[in-house]
Design a binder for this molecule. Sequence first.
Ligand code: FEO
Ligand code: CA
Ligand code: CA
Length: 689
Amino acid sequence: MSQIDVPEIDREDLEERGIGADKTFDKVLEASVGRRHFLRGSAATAAATAALTAPGIFLTGKEAQAATLPLTFTSVAETKADKVTVPAGYEAHTLIRWGDPLFPGMAPFDPTKQSPADQAKRFGFNCDMVAVFPERFGAPAKIGRLPYPSYIMCVNHEYTSGPNMFENYSASENEALTEIEAHGVSVVNARILNGRWSYDVTSPYNRRITGTTPMRVTGPAAGHDKLKTPADPTGTLVLGTFNNCAGGFTPWGTYLAAEENFDQYFANRSKITDAKVALDHTDYTVGSGASGRKWENYVPRFDCAKPEGVNEPYRFGWMVEIDPYDPTSMPKKRTALGRFKHEGATIALTRGSNKVTAYSGCDTVFEYVYKFVSSGTYNPANRAANMDLLDAGTLYAARFNADGTGVWLPLDLNDPVSGPLLAASTYPDGTRRFQTQADVLINSRRAGDAVGATPMDRPEDLEATVDADFYGNGKMFIILTNNSSRQATSSTANVTSGSRAGAGRAVPAKADAANPRGPNRTGHIIEVTETGNDHAAKTFTWRIFLLAGDPAAAATAADNISLNGASTFTGDRFGSPDNVTFDTSGNMWIATDGTPSNYPFNDGIYAMPLSVTPGQPVPVKRFLSVPAGAECCGPLLSPDNTTFFIAVQHPGEDVSGLFSNSQSKWPDGDYPRPSVVTIRRTDGGRIGS
Ligand code: FEO
Ligand code: CA
Ligand code: CA
């Protein structure tokens, strides 16, 4: 068997694509948006410098929360319409669709002629997280910055569903290999001209990262025996990334793609002969028999029964860091952030110490909330010095005490309290599970068990309210999407399904202070305040911010949105909150995933102010609705808050067949295509207010 080949960087190809010494930002812009629309020469430099040094152009962080602007749009009605429905005065445009070419000279997409090589050069399937980076790296651009006319946009492609990609899907080899290339990340140059977004197929930044792109493993678990395979005896070089759900972006201008439900790609756990390896993979719910997609029939690394596949699941479940400014750079799997079903990783800096905190949830019922705090410190003046900050630091899991306090429990063998607890974790044969810190990171879930973290109702997005420079104010919001296995307060049952029961893990399923409803069909949101407003703190306080559901049906247990006798929100009913973005006016915008399982209308975006007095209901408004069968992903406001980006994922998914899909034919009326959509006000003003 051959070792993994890393392709040589083709400099000639890059030069042909325009990447070279003479490729200045000004020239790119001049070519793309014309002279009239861009500040040129010294003016451009001055603008970039101002963006680096000036305080936020708009209100940010604490200031924003002190002066929330009201949300003035008219809520959209509940709808099952097969389109993106937006409020009066707003318009939605499709920016890029599954199959759209990312490189010049390609034919329009023909879904009847799909192949792996072709898909590897086109926008992938089931878009999820969206981030935008100013085309020239000059400054962090979280929110509140000057508008740029040209951005490098990164988009995750979470997963594929063959029956929705092919008309007569049969799990053939061509279909399997095409699906592998439809995963990963698209990097594409997106530009706005006269209020309309488009992407530039000729941009040298365009890139596809797929299920076969070589990636470097870095940090404490790199080179660990469990990460070694016949194709990679070093345990440091992996092919591809899968199930990239949400992610994050860093002050130093890199993109973070999370590996979430990576287990679903692997088969035949029951045929593993090493009991410890089999148990490790059971901890991450790798399937005992055939996988749903049958990739193992064609690619041995997806078959745990084969030498190529037995360790392969250990090489997924990490956070992947990508430099969008260098299309030749190799993505890095940052093992210091732990291995679990990462929903994402969002960054907050602590002013003063310049420590970097990355918040990340494990999106499974009864799993944990985590954060990573860097050992090193962020240097605002030196991008290169920050590029490996995510390789060293401390990983914590959260414990939520009933009295509204909480503790970040270090998953660290050298910690005086956690160390002995981790050391006591054993395999059934009595050997220590965690011999080294790398072992702790490779099975972060068991490490969370060992230190007594609190099992949560599916932690999705964790986001701090940071300012334009990524400095936080100690506030962080946890979005818990739902957990129908959570039991009523009176029950003492242990988890019997949906989690790690197969691995012998039994956790009390009883509702608790931080997960107060059983069953929790519609999810909830927790507000965390870090001690000393320091994101690197080891303790915090917390409160329930909102219980999602239906304010008009508060009497039914599953929809009871009241806490201590008071309704937690008013306005538009919603469920299954997932990912969030904040505007510069002090509002949170939440995308939902799973509304139709509770209510007869589509998923969408909901907006609400953050500065609500505790005990008072949060007023919630429905901003938009996505097409039939889709979940709403991505939510992102452009740095100047005049464009709202969403990713419409899996339109029409509940119905098999591409052309025969009877649920959705969005966006073009022929067949459903996952796509990124931009929403703007018709007058070009700020979104929301
Ligand atoms: Fe892929 Fe956690 O939603
Ligand atoms: Ca998500
Ligand atoms: Ca979700």
